[in-house]
Design a protein around this ligand. Structure first.
Ligand code: 5GP
Length: 181
């Protein structure tokens, strides 16, 4: 049987834009005069990162990316983090803000915070647009968070299902064959 997909809007593009503006304002106040690196975690962060950098005013801001994976092609985290693209920047003395699409179990960010803190950074904090605290398996608490969402598999605004649907402008709950993914 071919899979049938449908999408239920959970957070509209307008609500996402308003929240990113709010986060950008707060982050600008906190990082304004700091040597700052936004560290995007690919691929899911790319839309959020593009929106966020255009909402901040920070004197010295660098943008970097790492790619990690914790999922295969399913919808559940394995807790096994694999770095697929490593750091290129020297983070010595820099204030690093990890920019992430979603925190679920918290394994990915717990691992990355430790990994980046071992690089003589001045600070390492986390900004995520989405948070699913009901699924947490670690004590990770994001420093900046856009929306708390329920335990459902979401796509759009950069987030995928098996590399599809990243381009959807709204954040949607994915339904497969009439059921939640
Ligand atoms: P964690 O390590 O916190 O369990 O997982 C974080 C990663 O899992 C995210 O960066 C994202 O790639 C993936 N993830 C968790 N929940 C969802 C979801 O609802 N939709 C999508 N597309 N990815 C998710």
């Amino acid at each position: 049987m071919t899979e049938q997909y449908s999408f239920e809007t959970l957070i509209s593009r307008e609500a996402l834009a308003a929240k990113v503006a709010e986060l950008g304002k707060q982050i600008s106040e906190d990082y304004r005069d700091k040597d700052t690196v936004f560290m995007g975690i690919l691929k899911g962060c790319f839309v959020f990162m593009a929106d966020l950098v255009r909402q901040v005013k920070i004197e010295r801001l660098e943008v970097c990316f790492m790619a990690v994976s914790s999922y295969g092609s399913g919808t559940r985290s394995t807790g096994n983090i694999v770095i697929k693209r490593d750091l290129e920047a020297d983070l010595t003395g820099k204030h690093v803000l990890i920019v992430e699409d979603i925190v679920d179990s918290g394994h990915t960010l717990t691992y990355l915070k430790k990994y980046l803190s071992n690089r003589q950074t001045a600070s390492v904090k986390v900004c995520t647009i989405l948070d699913k605290p009901s699924r947490r398996e670690t004590d990770l608490v994001p420093d900046y968070r856009g929306f708390e969402i329920p335990d459902a598999f979401v796509v759009g605004y950069g987030l995928d299902y098996d590399e599809q649907f990243r381009e959807l402008p709204d954040l949607c709950i994915l339904h497969r064959n009439g059921e939640k993914a």
